[in-house]
Design a protein around this ligand. Structure first.
Ligand SMILES: [Zn+2]
Length: 263
């Protein structure tokens, strides 16, 4: 049984080795905790195929297709996007974007893959295959947003995943027209600037995720790996920060996910 307050973990990586042989148990544990499903996110074109294969094995799992900026130096087969994206279990493109926090792959390599990927998504959009787009943006809002603005991809179909920046970056994101998605970082004591930024978005422009296996939320910060069932703690923290009843916040986040991803 699911109800309107049941969340989806909108961003996790269940193809990573931490979850090998444990995906069914992970999804059952999520459902027990009021998390009715998860989206497993692609990091490369070969991983996109693995994500789809996994999603097809589990009723409560969906996937994305795309190349993560930190995987820009891996072999890339763009035909995987159309192939994986044509399946109803694939509900988004990404994660794609720019990452200036890590020095490798080089920013040049990341830019080359980003431009090629956005072109491919525009080509697929022109063929009638369009999806919401999950962005990975670390220390690169000033570079990424103008690149996105220059495309024909609709702004309200972008989400900046794992938002850990400050109010200035949040204002730029909201002005652009995208959604913001929060992880366990929002629960960390040292994340004051991100907590302040979380006060800014209209309630219908926010989502929550775990980014599992990384970034376990408080009060489970030392638990490894992070897992979809723990996304409730991100939602509850957002409710606290915004002064909203936890169940009302979950219902809002579930409705946002349904509107954005169609699940
Ligand atoms: Zn991710």
């Amino acid at each position: 049984m699911t109800d309107s307050t049941d969340l989806i973990d909108t961003h996790c990586h269940l193809t990573f080795p931490e979850f090998a042989g444990k995906v069914s148990a992970t999804l059952v544990a999520a459902q027990v905790a009021g998390v009715r499903g998860a989206i497993t996110i692609s990091t490369s074109t070969s991983n996109a195929r693995e994500c789809l294969a996994l999603a097809k094995q589990h009723a409560s799992l969906w996937c994305s297709a795309g190349v993560h900026p930190l995987y820009s130096d891996e072999p890339c087969d763009w035909s995987a996007l159309e192939e994986v994206g044509s399946d109803p279990k694939c509900v988004a493109w990404g994660e794609l974007g720019l990452d200036r926090f890590h020095a490798q792959p080089t920013f040049e390599q990341q830019l080359t893959v980003l431009h090629a990927q956005l072109e491919e998504l525009e080509r697929l959009q022109a063929k009638g295959l369009s999806k919401p787009i999950i962005l990975h943006c670390r220390d690169a809002f000033d570079q990424l947003i103008p690149i996105l603005r220059a495309t024909s991809l609709p702004r309200d179909r972008f989400v900046f995943h794992c938002f850990t920046a400050d109010s200035t970056a949040m204002r730029a994101l909201l002005d652009f027209g995208a959604m913001a998605s929060f992880t366990g970082v929002l629960t960390y004591k040292n994340a004051k600037a991100t907590q302040e930024a979380a006060l800014l978005p209209p309630l219908d422009r926010m989502m929550v995720e775990t980014d599992a296996p990384f970034l376990s939320p408080e009060p489970h910060r030392l638990e490894r790996p992070n897992a979809p069932r723990l996304v409730v703690h991100v939602a509850d923290q957002l409710a606290r920060l915004r002064g909203i009843e936890p169940l009302a916040m979950r219902a809002q986040l579930a409705a946002n996910c349904k509107r954005f991803f169609g699940i």
